[in-house]
Design a protein around this ligand. Structure first.
Ligand code: SF4
Length: 169
């Protein structure tokens, strides 16, 4: 049975920078929980950051540039937090390897977990198309990343994965 990596804050854990959760309740999430598919992760905590913490954004580049070493993640005060963000991305990937995970549902807009949209690095609240560092890292390693508005798409993707696994066995 395919497991799914899910952002801990979506599951109700108060791990966001402000000490709050971003809980979502969705029919399919409930089903997958009961089936034992869900593996929870907070990349920023895995990378060594604390709760609460200063909000951070990717500055002067996209997540892929952070991974390649040509952009940074910084707090609004200019503290460089690139290392813990990269460490968290690697830990999330290690969890995927451990449980043979090929699908993730991560929190949109986050500099770690965003999958289609992130803040633009100006700390003005403006969002741009892009990914968080963990999402980009996972996708580089072949893991499909969805967000909390895409449960139906996740269900279809899981079905595809499980059908193709059945046809191989
Ligand atoms: S790093 Fe991801 S899981 Fe952790 S609080 Fe931010 S969005 Fe949620």
């Amino acid at each position: 049975m395919q497991k799914i990596l899910v952002s801990a804050c979506l599951l109700g854990d108060p791990v966001r920078y402000n000490g709050k959760a971003k809980r979502v309740d969705h029919f399919w999430l409930g089903v997958w929980r009961k089936e034992g598919r869900i593996v929870s992760v907070c990349p920023e905590l895995e990378g060594g950051l604390a709760v609460p913490r200063l909000p951070a954004e990717i500055v002067e580049g996209l997540a892929g540039c952070v991974i390649d070493g040509s952009a940074e993640v910084e707090t609004e005060c200019g503290q460089n937090v690139t290392k813990p963000f990269l460490a968290g991305a690697e830990k999330a990937y290690q969890m995927c390897q451990r449980y043979d995970i090929k699908v993730a549902i991560l929190t949109e807009d986050s500099p770690s977990c965003g999958s289609t949209r992130v803040y633009d690095g100006s700390f003005s609240g403006r969002k741009i198309s892009g990914q968080g560092v963990t999402s980009a890292f996972l996708e580089r390693h072949g893991i499909k990343v969805f967000n909390q508005f895409q449960f139906e798409e996740v269900r279809e993707y899981l079905n595809l994965l499980e059908k193709s696994a059945l046809s191989i066995t």
